[in-house]
Structure formats: C-alpha cells, structure tokens
Ligand binder design. Structure first.
Ligand SMILES: Nc1ncnc2c1ncn2[C@@H]1O[C@H](COP(=O)(O)OP(=O)(O)OP(=O)(O)O)[C@@H](O)[C@H]1O
Ligand SMILES: [Mg+2]
Length: 224
C-alpha cells in the first residue's frame, strides 16, 4: 500500500500538464496490479486563481477553502481510470471503503481548514500506513524558499519539531504556498508517520516506493 500526496502545481502549474498526467496514469495502471494506491491531488494554480478572485469578492476563508477543495477535486478527477474507484472520494471514510474494491482511490481536499497534504496524512493514519510520499514542484524542503533564493539548500532530514518551527511564523490562508502545513506535521507526529518529500519525477516516486529511498527531505523521528 502507498499513500501519495501529489502537489497541485505539478498537475496544474501555468496550465494543465497533459504529458505528465498521461505518464502518471500509465504508472497508476501498471502499479495498481500489485499495490493499493491512495492518491491525493492538490489544487495548484487553478485553485489559487479561484481563491484570489473569491478573496477579492470579499468571501470568507472558509468559503475560499471550499472553492480550493472543488478545484483540487477537478484535478484529481483527471487521474480516474479503469484501474480506479470511478469517482473522487470525498472523505477519508469513503476512500477507505472504496479501497476494498478498487486498487486506486483518488482524492482532493475534504473539509476547509486543512490542505490536501493533511488529507494524505489522515488517510495514512486511518489505514495504519507509516509513510506518506509527498511529491512537490521543488523536490524537498529547503532552508529558504528555493523559488526566491538561488542559494537555498535542501534539508535532508528534519524532526517533526524542526518542521513545526519552520512553519510556525507563517500565515495559514487558503491557497497556502509552502512545502508542508502545520496540521500535516501534527498528524504525522501523533501517529509517527514519516513524510518523504520528493520532486515530481515518476522515477523518483518509484525509487521511494521500491527501496524506501527518499531523494528529497524526510520529516520524521530523528536520533539527533
Ligand atoms: N523552505 C521552503 N522549502 C521548499 N519550498 C518552499 C519553501 N518556502 C516556500 N516554498 C514554496 O512552497 C511551494 C511548495 O511546492 P509544492 O509543489 O509542494 O506546492 P503544491 O503542493 O503544488 O501546492 P498545492 O498542492 O497547494 O497547489 C513552492 O512554491 C516553494 O517555492
Ligand atoms: Mg505540496
């Protein structure tokens, strides 16, 4: 079994990435022959565009989150296939029930107040999986924003505490643009789930699944 959180900006960066989605679907079709897969897809640029208009229209944060959730579900629906539960699961419970009969279950967001990354951790918590693979557009967690600073350095291992401290001073608004959110880290910590943050490459994903090799950042229990 594997729980994957796929960053929305990978699927929908400047526009919908047909080639990537198509390659990922092939991967799902192949892998689903011998592995159960929960795939949670984020909102990406489309979510952020909708959220920014909703914000300008004066809508509250809850309503903005709702809109982001809808956008993430549209992104997730592009991964539905013969190999999967034929709709985007709308709750963790629905995903768990669906997984009894289908090897692949797709999800976007569920409820306002947390990200799609947090949804992936809640699934892992519910099914007793001790690791979540988080695919991002930047390949890991850095000491500063790698899109803004060329000299940003990747952090290979972080404790839950390190991760919490890193994000503590950031605002948590709809469409949050960080490699992880605080709620996800808290869920990971309480159930001792390791988070492996990698890039968008399907090869990297296969490595993370097969040999547990995490090429980006591991957030989890550290000995130091
Ligand atoms: N210290 C940091 N390390 C890594 N990324 C950072 C950091 N600070 C800010 N960022 C930003 O966080 C974002 C993380 O990218 P990611 O691919 O996870 O977004 P996403 O999951 O696609 O978003 P969503 O699914 O919500 O649309 C990047 O845009 C990156 O520039
Ligand atoms: Mg992400």
């Amino acid at each position: 079994m594997v729980v994957i959180s796929l960053g929305g900006s990978i699927v929908y960066g400047d526009m919908i990435d047909f080639n990537y989605i198509s390659a990922f679907r092939k991967f799902l079709e192949e892998k689903s022959k011998n592995t159960k897969i929960f795939l949670v897809v984020g909102g990406g640029k489309s979510a952020r565009d909708y959220i920014s208009i909703a914000s300008k229209l004066g809508m509250d944060e809850f309503s903005q989150d709702r809109i982001g959730i809808m956008a993430s579900r549209i992104n997730a629906s592009l991964f539905i296939g013969n190999y999967s539960y034929p709709k985007v699961a709308e709750s963790v419970e629905e995903a768990v029930i669906a997984s009894k009969n289908y090897p692949v279950v797709l999800m976007g967001g569920t409820e306002p107040g947390h990200t799609t990354d947090a949804v992936s951790l809640l699934i892992a918590e519910r099914v007793g999986e001790k690791r979540v693979i988080n695919m991002t557009s930047v390949g890991g967690v850095y000491d500063k924003d790698p899109r803004k600073y060329k000299d940003a350095e990747i952090i290979r291992r972080m404790s839950y505490r390190d991760a919490q401290e890193m994000f503590l001073n950031r605002d948590m608004n709809a469409g949050l643009n960080l490699p992880f959110d605080l709620i996800s880290i808290k869920i990971a910590e309480r159930s001792k789930i390791e988070i492996c943050i990698i890039g968008k490459s399907i090869e990297e994903l296969k490595k993370a699944m097969l040999d547990g090799e995490c090429q980006g950042t591991v957030i989890g229990i550290t000995n130091d």
